[in-house]
Ligand binder design. Sequence first.
Ligand SMILES: NC(=O)c1ccc[n+]([C@@H]2O[C@H](COP(=O)([O-])OP(=O)(O)OC[C@H]3O[C@@H](n4cnc5c(N)ncnc54)[C@H](OP(=O)(O)O)[C@@H]3O)[C@@H](O)[C@H]2O)c1
Length: 320
Amino acid sequence: MSSLKFIKLSAGGHMPSVGLGTFMLNGNIARETVDKALFLGYKHIDTALSYGNEVEIGEVIKDRENLGKVKRKDIFLTSKVPSVYLERKDLYRSIEQSLDNLKQKYVDLMLIHHPWGLVNRGDGTLRPVDSQGRLEFQQYDLVDSWRGMEDAKADGLVKAIGLSNFTMRQIEKIMSSCKSTPTNLQLECHAYLQQRNIKEFCNQRGITLTAYGPLGAPGRPSHHRSPDQVELLDDPVIEELAKNHNRTKGNILLRWLLQQGFTVVPKCKSEERLKENLNVFDFELSSSDMDKINTLDRNLKYFHFRQYKGHPDFSEEEEF
Ligand SMILES: NC(=O)c1ccc[n+]([C@@H]2O[C@H](COP(=O)([O-])OP(=O)(O)OC[C@H]3O[C@@H](n4cnc5c(N)ncnc54)[C@H](OP(=O)(O)O)[C@@H]3O)[C@@H](O)[C@H]2O)c1
């Protein structure tokens, strides 16, 4: 299958299949990068309340709108509700907070960032930790959390709602108890973590998939690193395919996901890479190229989230 520039969503509308990831882009760097991305033709921006950059992203979009350089309806904005706001009423307020930060009347897609709830201290703390530095867990009724998402959608705050980092069991539970199906699941996915079971599960249910860490997240924070980890961008098969196609390794990794119907949200700062990551629609991997990459799967999670070990809704054994 050749990749599409837009993915059709079950909630209606279309999602551009390449977006800009903005995790760890903050302050002026966020502003400049998003501005460059919109200038270069990006139409999809992926953020989250916890990334601390919604305000800058909102400012850039408004500035470009005011200058007549962009129309809001042509941009697809995704944000996420953090783990401290999984109580139904808090979830609604979190979405209002994101809209306020972004200076928007609506976002195109709102996701629950993680199913692993944390204590809401009521003071805006998004990462509550105890005196020993351990995260303060709280279990929420995720079906009720989803109803909060449905409330926000019914009131027009969001066009579509989805999940991130949820297991198939957790998604199934929501689907069997609630009116609506999640439109999109955002999950770590790349050639070293191919997520075939979740992909099949979501395909069967009309849930579209967005791959985060599509390049193997080489810039991930230190708590997600271990010394023995191999880096995806160093893989010799990817290097060989890049040479054969006269493309970059990043192009090959993104194209492999796009040809399977994924949406991808690579993050980068430089203009050169912003262009490179968008330049993935004028070549095609053959089925034998695809097969070569398919054999690279090694179930390697770069974002292991081990700090949630012991949380009742977190399990390293279950795929997410
Ligand atoms: N839902 C979730 O829980 C979750 C978790 C993680 C990430 N995400 C989302 O997914 C986005 C992408 O994930 P990610 O940022 O962790 O990983 P990624 O996109 O796989 O990797 C980003 C890193 O790769 C570098 N890079 C970008 N383009 C490149 C290219 N063409 N060749 C070589 N290196 C390149 C970037 O460098 P420079 O920045 O130096 O240019 C950055 O260090 C995030 O920004 C965020 O929006 C969501």
